[in-house]
Design a protein around this ligand. Structure first.
Ligand code: TEU
Ligand code: CA
Length: 548
């Protein structure tokens, strides 16, 4: 196993819009993040992933980029960015940016020029196709509802957008697009960023000719056309080119956001001998089989165990897993597992134990360290996300009642993850002195960073303790994982290597008491309940150091 800083890192994802507002406009910003760098250091974080901070009209909250080399005015200036980079580096932390190059905003000059002169130098930057206003070029559908094609009446052209109609897909088969992307990536790497999280990077290679999607696959997946681009014919070529021209010369790190790839494709994208990406996020972890994000169901932790054990057993030494359970695109995990408030803290801590004691690199999403749960939205007007709003109207158009459509959003909306970060007990949790762009809950009075930092039994203190434990014990990073208990609702594993005392983790995956076998001679390193006699309580988790 080759050592690397990113294998030893503990990442923290910041969603800048919701992290900390510094000027009272209700929108988080870069000076706000700078003010909170000590907080991250105190928690033990060693690397930060920033969701997009580039100039954008915010149709998809920054994932629709208008100018890759400019900071979004609401977030600050390039001078603020430089201060943020320096502040992180001064604290020994790495910085990775979000790289959104499957698409740009329709307001990006490349697209504007393509539309203005479709046969000119930018005409092939995107997928623009002539046709009739009522017949899109193929049957592909958008992830944000409706057809993936937008009609431009003035030009009599169709344009492809897998996401919102303001996010136009770039044509990676056209070499100048790849030149422009490499150039831009190098510009940021020269500016001192340490790597990138690559947005839907496995979607960039559309199969030549844009063949129609299979209707049956479309029905099963909920989106038509995916099999023609989620792992397209030239994907590996494009990734190698990006690696060779940009990442390798800068020793930069890359983690791909890759919806729909399982373990085998992940290996093909990240093998250390393949020179494509360092890691990918495999989203199979997020829903149990047979469910989609919009379903209101209880997530069975036995599935999480089986999914993770499979990776620990079979990923092998040439690949490295990205460990995550939350991000800005998903409801909070605690709410999916069991929304009963009496279990909130125990589950939060159990999830921390899992994420911080397995082999792989943990990515903590902002607020996860406080045990955040889903928000109490009451009305469609409480939502800001384009995906949620479109979904709502799609459901109404399909004949659902407003109440039923709202229930779907409450189960799956991305806005659950995007409510303001609660810092203290002042109004809006200290996120802003103004009106937050997205309303949060009143529970910041109980669950906020300052209160939790002061409480040694809080979720925050658990995260800090386990992060420090991981950093002090290389066996938790590089050691092998031996599963020793896999009965229903039970999970126990031992991390071991040749040089250190092994560490054993024991977990009750259910709300019911569970008999577990405590290791003889083990010394307790962590437990998520104060008392520890007899059977394991609901969602109890413990960590022991074993004798050699
Ligand atoms: O997400 C891509 C993605 O496939 C999904 O998670 C997506 O959010 C949608 O829910 C699919 O059903 C990335 C970003 O993380 C997301 O925020 C962006 O909206 C999207 O790409 C487009 O850039
Ligand atoms: Ca602000």
């Amino acid at each position: 196993m080759l050592p690397a800083w990113w294998k030893e890192a503990v990442f923290y994802q910041i969603y800048p819009r919701s992290f900390q507002d510094s000027n009272g406009d209700g929108i988080g910003d870069l000076p706000g993040i700078i003010d909170r760098l000590d907080y991250l250091q105190e928690l033990g974080i060693t690397a930060v992933w920033l969701s997009p901070i580039y100039d954008s009209p915010n149709d998809d909250m920054g994932y629709d980029i208008r100018n890759y080399q400019k900071i979004m005015a609401e977030f600050g200036t390039m001078a603020d960015f430089d201060r943020l980079r320096d502040g992180l580096h001064a604290r020994g932390m790495k910085l990775i940016m979000d790289l959104v190059v499957n698409h740009t905003s329709d307001e990006h000059p490349w697209f504007q020029k393509a539309l203005a002169d479709p046969s000119g130098p930018f005409g092939q930057y995107y997928f623009l196709r002539p046709g009739q206003p009522d017949t899109p070029p193929n049957n592909w559908t958008s992830f944000f509802s409706g057809s993936a094609w937008r009609w431009f009446p003035e030009q009599q052209l169709w344009g492809l957008h897998l996401f919102s109609p303001k996010q136009m897909d770039l044509n990676w088969s056209y070499p100048p697009v790849r030149d422009a992307v490499c150039h831009m990536v190098n510009w940021w790497l020269d500016r001192g960023v340490d790597g990138f999280r690559l947005d839907v990077i496995n979607y960039i290679a559309k199969n030549p000719g844009l063949p129609a999607g299979d209707p049956l696959i479309g029905q099963l997946m909920g989106f038509t056309g995916v099999e023609e681009y989620f792992y397209g014919r030239h994907l590996h070529e494009y990734l190698r080119e990006l690696q060779e021209r940009s990442f390798t010369p800068h020793h930069a790190f890359s983690v791909g956001e890759t919806p729909g790839v399982g373990m085998q494709m992940s290996k093909l994208l990240t093998g250390d001998y393949r020179h494509e990406l360092d890691m990918v996020f495999d989203f199979d972890v997020l829903e149990t089989p047979g469910h989609v994000r919009w379903d209101d169901y209880r997530y069975d932790l036995n599935y999480l165990r089986d999914y993770l054990v499979d990776y620990q057993d079979h990923y092998g030494s040439h690949y490295w897993q990205a460990l995550f359970i939350e991000n800005h695109d998903n409801p909070r995990m605690i709410s999916k597992v069991n929304p009963d408030p009496q279990y909130r803290i125990a589950i939060a801590k159990l999830l921390a134990v899992i994420e911080l004691t397995l082999r792989g690199t943990p990515f903590i999403f902002q607020g996860q360290e406080l045990g955040r749960v889903n928000a109490q939205f009451h009305n469609i007007r409480d939502f800001q996300d384009v995906e949620s709003i479109n979904k709502y109207h799609e459901l109404l158009a399909a004949g659902q009642t407003e109440q039923a459509a709202l229930a779907v959003l409450l189960a799956g909306s991305r806005d659950h993850a995007r409510t303001p970060m609660p810092w203290d007990t002042t109004p809006h949790g200290g996120f802003t002195t103004g009106t937050p762009w997205l309303a949060g809950d009143d529970d910041y009075r109980q669950y906020n960073a300052y209160s939790e930092m002061a409480n040694p039994r809080s979720v925050w203190s658990t995260y800090r303790h386990l992060i420090k434990l991981r950093q002090a014990n290389p066996v938790l990073v590089y050691g092998a994982t031996d599963t020793v208990d896999r009965r229903r609702n039970a999970w126990s594993y031992i991390r071991r290597d040749d040089d250190h005392q092994p560490i054993q983790v024991l977990i009750n995956l259910s709300a019911r008491q569970k008999r577990m076998t405590i290791p003889a001679g083990g010394s307790l390193l962590y437990r998520n309940y104060p008392a520890h006699d007899g059977r394991f309580k609901a969602y109890e988790a413990r960590v022991y150091r074993l004798p050699e």
